[in-house]
Write a protein of this length. Sequence first.
Length: 209
Amino acid sequence: MMEDEQVRVFDANRNPIGVATREEVHRLGLWHESFHCWIVSREEEIDYLYLQLRCEMKKDHPNLFDITSAGHLLAHESALDGIREIKEELGIDVTFSELIPLGIINYCVNHEDLIDNELAHTFLYKKNLAFDVFSLQEEEVSGVIKVKFTDFIDLWTGAKQNVHIKGFEIDPNGQTLGIDRMVGTNSFVPHGLSYYETIIQLIQEKLNE
C-alpha cells in the first residue's frame, strides 16, 4: 500500500529526525522529501512547458494539470532516485546528469484531510519531446499537454485569464484523444500562487542563462 511506504522526516530546519509512513506525514504535517521535475522544450525560439494531466482516479486533484513529473522519495532514496518517477509516470528515459537543479523548495499545502509539507528536490529538464514518445502510467497520469511558457507566466501573474494548451489524453476506454483548448487557473492543481511564482522565476533564470 502506498500509504504504508516509509519516508524520511525532518524538522523545520531540514534536519532529519527519523522515518514515518506516507499516511503519518500527511496526517501530522511532517516535513518529508519529494522529487519535482519540470520539462521544457524550445521550438522555433519559443519555450513550452509540459504538464501532466492527473488521472481521474487520483484521490487528490483528479483531472487537473500538474508538475510534469513528481513523487515522494522513500526513506532509502536520494534525489538521484527521483528520476524513476519520470520513467514510471511518463515512460521516458532521463539520466540524472541531464537534469538542471533548481534547488530544494519548501512546498506546503493544507487541504481537506491532509497537510503536505514537502522538501521538494526540484529540477528542470530541457528536451524537445513529441507527444508520441510518452507512455503513461495510466493509474496516475491520463495525459500530457504543453503550454507556451510566456502564457503560463501570464496566467499566474493575472495578465491572462485563459491560455491555450495542446496535447493528448487517454480516456477510460484506452482511446487517445487530442487536447486543444483554452484553460484557466482552475484547470491546474492549486499549489498556491507563491509556489507557481517561485517555479516560474527559477525556470526563467535557467532559460536565460
